[in-house]
Design a protein around this ligand. Structure first.
Ligand SMILES: [Zn+2]
Length: 292
């Protein structure tokens, strides 16, 4: 569960903590029988919470498994098992995270903690609602390579962007068929009426081995899984003003028809983030209903 407020996202790891506080509050003056009953209830509550937590870890692992079948083999005792035998813990055991920590160092479960509203209208996201913005670096480096070590360039291939309208050549990864998926997006966008052209052409770029502006976190562009459409009508949270309480003012001019075509093929949209980046799309099928 994710709670928004005061600049924090708290990932709720079950009810155990809350139950502990409530029980210890009324303990003074309790008879031994009442204390025993309270202890049994607490232990039972803890067991229920632990079961709920392991179910959510399991569910996160299953979602990843379904999204990346070429690389992932199984979920076993809270570990994600890769086809090459690598095992990664799905939960880092660090409990609730502040928004900044969730963004900077998410575990695999954290990446799925905020639901992505696929297909919805473009409306201002809730405070710190950034589904898909938290990326576990080890997971994506293992899947696509680390561009700073020269592991990505050899896995890139060219996709022709909007063959009819543009013909621009863009480099994306072949891993997970991202090139074929972007080509499918491109073919559909190419059929849209001419009034959509200014949003799409020219693309502002795909592969780029860099950190996210203003951070030392690796960009999805460095994995070869992201594309920026045209900058002409783009809106970006760092350029935006803020309103009451310092809240970032949401802005978007990208037509939802474009967004829905990307989402259909496994790409999420940066326009669904509180920290919005409306020209940005990246391949993240784990956050979307299964692509065709
Ligand atoms: Zn981008």
């Amino acid at each position: 569960m994710v709670k928004h407020g005061h600049g924090m996202v708290l990932i709720n790891r079950g009810q155990f903590g809350r139950g502990t506080r409530r029980t210890s509050h009324g303990q003074a003056g309790m008879g031994w029988l009442a204390r025993l009953a309270a202890a049994v209830a607490l232990a039972a509550g803890g067991a229920v919470a632990a079961a709920a937590q392991s179910a959510s870890i399991e569910a996160a692992g299953r979602r990843l498994l379904a999204a990346y079948p070429d690389h992932l083999a199984d979920v076993e005792n809270g570990m994600l098992v890769w086809r090459d035998g690598t095992r990664m813990p799905i939960d880092d055991g660090r409990g609730q995270k502040r928004f900044e920590d969730w963004l900077a160092a998410p575990d695999l479960e954290d990446m799925l903690a905020q639901p992505y509203p696929a297909g919805a209208a473009a409306t201002a996201p809730a405070l710190n609602a950034d589904p898909g913005r938290a990326r576990n670096a080890a997971f994506f480096d293992r899947m696509y390579g680390d561009c700073r070590k020269g592991e990505v360039a050899g896995r890139l291939t060219e996709v022709v962007w909007l063959p009819r309208k543009s013909g621009q050549r863009l480099k994306v990864t072949r891993i997970n068929g991202v090139d074929r998926k972007l080509a499918a997006v491109s073919a559909e966008l190419d059929l849209l009426p001419a009034r959509f052209d200014a949003y799409l052409v020219p693309s502002a770029g795909t592969y780029n081995c860099r950190a996210i502006a203003g951070t030392d976190r690796a960009s999805a562009h460095g994995h070869g899984i992201a594309i920026d459409i045209a900058t002409r009508h783009a809106s970006y949270w760092r350029w935006a003003g803020s309103g009451a309480g310092g809240r970032i003012t949401y802005a978007n001019a990208i037509p939802i028809e474009i967004v829905r075509i990307f989402e259909k093929h496994g790409f999420i949209w940066g326009g669904r983030w509180y920290h919005f980046d409306t020209m940005h799309f990246e391949y993240r099928p784990e956050l979307l209903p299964k692509s065709p």
